[in-house]
Ligand binder design. Structure first.
Ligand code: PGA
Length: 273
């Protein structure tokens, strides 16, 4: 596992975008797994810049998003309004700024009539696309990957999940409050790729920033592998793993010295890295 520590969020984001861009350059028709939340926004801005200024070409890239809120809200007969959907987030933060083709974008459908059937089809779509080459991930305050809340099986597949109080609180603060939506109106269910689904990607790129992620990052990377911190499944991953952290998110790691040492020596042993 490569753990890369950068001083600031901006540097972390540039590093992460550089890795995504090199995947796109090496394999123009690659399949990217994408994430929402506040963490990847800086990397998305940088990809947008690379597209605009350097001609980074997404025309053959396929994308699969990790998760989406389910449109249940309070009233089961009225789908939750889409303003805060992850589909809208992705469009605003990335897709409208780059040349990815609409037909190549896949986001779980929060308004699917039969969500369970939809989840099976989503897995099938990923399989038909040849699997995910590079999966981008954040980490939730409760240690989740995507919406795999504590207690989710580490072998889980795409499915409907019930959000924890902590996730609701975190996402209320980051997104819903600003949109003037009450805490009670927030959707409490989501469609999420499973941990087992995520572990089938060929490469993983996990990002975290800020002091408030420090404890959970240390648990996921250096603690026991446990379904109580589903991001700890990173330790089971058999493909290429890069974790990029800012200084604050890395502040509770115990082996920092080794990670820095490893980064330095890696470029001498594996030139080009
Ligand atoms: P955040 O969410 O990027 O808004 O902190 C991360 C996550 O829940 O995975």
């Amino acid at each position: 596992m490569d753990i890369i520590i950068r001083d600031t969020y901006e540097e972390m984001s540039r590093y992460a975008a550089g890795l995504i861009a090199s995947m796109v350059r090496q394999k123009p028709d690659c399949v990217l797994g994408l994430a929402t939340g506040s963490t990847p926004i800086g990397a998305y801005r940088e990809l947008e810049r690379m597209h605009r200024e350097e001609g980074l070409d997404f025309s053959q890239v396929k994308t699969f998003n990790l998760d989406e809120y389910l449109g249940v809200g309070i009233d089961l007969n009225k789908p939750y309004k889409m303003d805060q959907s992850y589909a809208r987030f992705m469009y605003e933060e990335l897709f409208k700024h780059i040349n990815v083709k609409k037909e190549n974008i896949h986001i779980p459908d929060g308004l699917a009539k039969n969500p369970e059937e939809f989840c099976k089809e989503y897995e099938e779509e990923i399989r038909k696309a040849g699997g995910i080459d590079l999966q981008l991930l954040g980490i939730g305050g409760d240690g989740h990957w995507a919406f795999n809340e504590p207690g989710s099986s580490l072998a889980s597949r795409t499915r409907v999940e019930i959000l924890t109080k902590q996730t609701l609180d975190d996402n209320y603060e980051s997104f819903y409050k600003k949109a003037g939506i009450s805490r009670e109106q927030m959707p409490h269910f989501a469609i999420t790729m499973g941990i087992g689904t995520i572990l089938e990607a060929r490469n993983i790129l996990m990002l975290a920033n800020g002091r408030k992620k420090a404890a959970v990052v240390a648990k996921a990377l250096e603690g026991p592998v446990t379904s109580q911190v589903t991001a700890s499944a990173i330790q089971l991953f058999r493909g290429g793993v890069t974790v990029v952290l800012d200084r604050e998110a890395a502040s509770e790691l115990k082996n920092t010295e080794h990670y820095l040492h490893r980064e330095k020596l890696k470029s001498t042993f594996f030139p080009g890295n």
